[in-house]
Design a protein around this ligand. Structure first.
Ligand code: SAJ
Length: 408
């Protein structure tokens, strides 16, 4: 029985797709409430296609429990937090999971680490833990994007890092059960590094778009028009400027390189700083717009979107939370806010009803372009709108009339 340890954003979809493809799977999470919820038939987070996949996996007899069982194959998909001050990875969850596996695993078992780790983590922190045990380690970093996970699980190419060809082929065979794309085998360090490099590439490219937004604002140019035109060039593909970079991947992984190679990661560090500066830029734009519109009553301002991006329910490192941190420090309270994807009440002035939220504000700051907003555009009719995502554009058929619309 394949054991998948950690049933979060990566472990759960992976466990479900493996089980749906006729691999006997035990999904393990040490949090009893996660296991109870799954055993009750409820998925633990919102993701397109996940409920259907869950149903298939249950029909295929997937098992959920809080501890691992003896097996020849394990996948570890637990979180890898990073230390905000040192910028270095904290591998403690991976280490704990490996120790729990070592206590029960069969001789010569393979332990595949899917959690993203800084290059060198496995040599430095994991090998010492498994020394003396008869197990093999592999690294198959996850690559799926929240919002499109189920499709990407099947269609994204995979990297398998292992110490020897036999182990690499064994792990590759497992992933071939559901992955239709190429599965590349390499050594463990290269697998660690390629994953971090992918997310760093995206961070740098988003930083370029964000820097352009600042330049165009200062030079009184329309950044969206400029990006649209520049992207018509066959070798140019500029990403979208926004209120900042959140989530537990792109805003974290580049720091692993900055933390370990501070003298050599100048561009990477600068890109991180640019993306981290965006919430302050948003705040400055809010102040400018308030001046232009003569808005004095800050209690009539509301923020739409608490998640780190559209149509997900994940708020980790979200630009809105980064901005609220700054606002709370200066005002002593958080502003009005609403997010259709976030059911948990995180703030005093958070609404769970969009109608009530809209009624109580005159100025809406769109921090996330959820589909929900696009379906409710007419409700913005008499508002001042600051759309940091350029999600409601003048070319939209239902572009609200009568609004004063501002962009980054
Ligand atoms: N963002 C922009 N402008 C853009 C694109 C994104 O401001 O043009 C912002 C988003 O709003 C969000 C952040 O960047 O706040 C990150 O979002 P994302 O959609 O770019 O990526 P994630 O964090 O959801 O997922 C990434 C993916 N990595 C790459 O595309 C290289 C995914 O494939 C990885 O599996 C995931 O990180 C991970 O877990 O590592």
């Amino acid at each position: 029985m394949l054991n998948i340890i950690g049933l979060g954003y990566i472990g759960l979809p992976t466990a479900l797709i493996m089980a749906s493809n006729d691999i006997p799977v035990i999904g393990v999470d040490k949090n009893p409430s996660v296991v109870e919820s799954l055993n009750r038939g409820e998925v633990t987070f919102e993701e397109d296609g996940l409920p259907a996949l869950f149903k298939k996996a249950v029909q295929a007899n997937i098992v959920f429990r809080t501890t691992p069982t003896p097996s020849d194959m394990y996948i570890i998909a637990v979180p890898t937090p990073f230390n905000k001050s040192t910028k270095r990875i904290n591998p403690s969850y991976v280490i704990t999971a490996i120790r729990e596996v070592l206590a029960v695993c069969n001789d010569n078992a393979v332990i595949v680490i899917e959690s993203t780790v800084a290059p060198g983590t496995i040599d430095k922190f994991i090998r010492p833990v498994v020394t003396g045990a008869n197990v093999r380690i592999a690294h198959a970093p996850e690559r799926i994007i929240p919002g499109d996970m189920v499709r990407e699980l099947v269609n994204n190419a995979r990297i398998i890092g292992a110490d020897d060809e036999e182990t690499a082929q064994e792990v590759k065979k497992l992933y071939t059960a559901f992955c239709k794309a190429e599965i590349v085998t390499t050594d463990i360090r290269s697998a660690e590094m390629s994953k971090v490099v992918e997310n760093t590439f995206r961070d740098i490219n988003i930083a370029f778009a964000n820097e352009l937004a600042k330049i165009c604002r200062a030079g009184n140019m329309d950044v969206y028009e400029i990006i649209r035109i520049a992207n018509m060039h066959p070798r140019v593909n500029i990403l979208r400027p926004g209120p900042g970079v959140g989530g537990h991947c792109i805003s974290v992984d580049p720091w692993f390189l900055v933390g370990d190679f501070p003298q050599l990661s100048l561009l990477i560090h600068e890109a991180r700083k640019i993306n981290d500066s965006m919430p302050v830029f948003v705040l400055e734009r809010i102040q400018e717009i308030m001046k232009d519109e003569n808005i004095i009553d800050i209690s009539r301002i509301g923020f739409y979107g608490l998640t780190y991006k559209e149509d997900v329910d994940d708020t980790r490192e979200s630009p809105t939370l980064q901005l609220f941190d700054i606002i709370t420090k200066s005002l002593g309270q958080t502003p009005k806010c609403y997010d259709p994807m976030v059911k948990e009440m995180m703030f005093d002035a958070q609404y769970n009803d969009f109608g009530a939220f809209i009624r109580d504000i005159d100025f809406i700051v769109i921090m996330v372009g959820h589909s929900h907003l696009k379906d409710n555009m007419e409700k913005l009719n008499d508002k001042t709108v600051f759309d940091t995502r350029y999600c409601i554009t003048p070319s939209d058929a239902d572009y609200p009339v009568g609004t004063k619309h501002y962009y980054l």
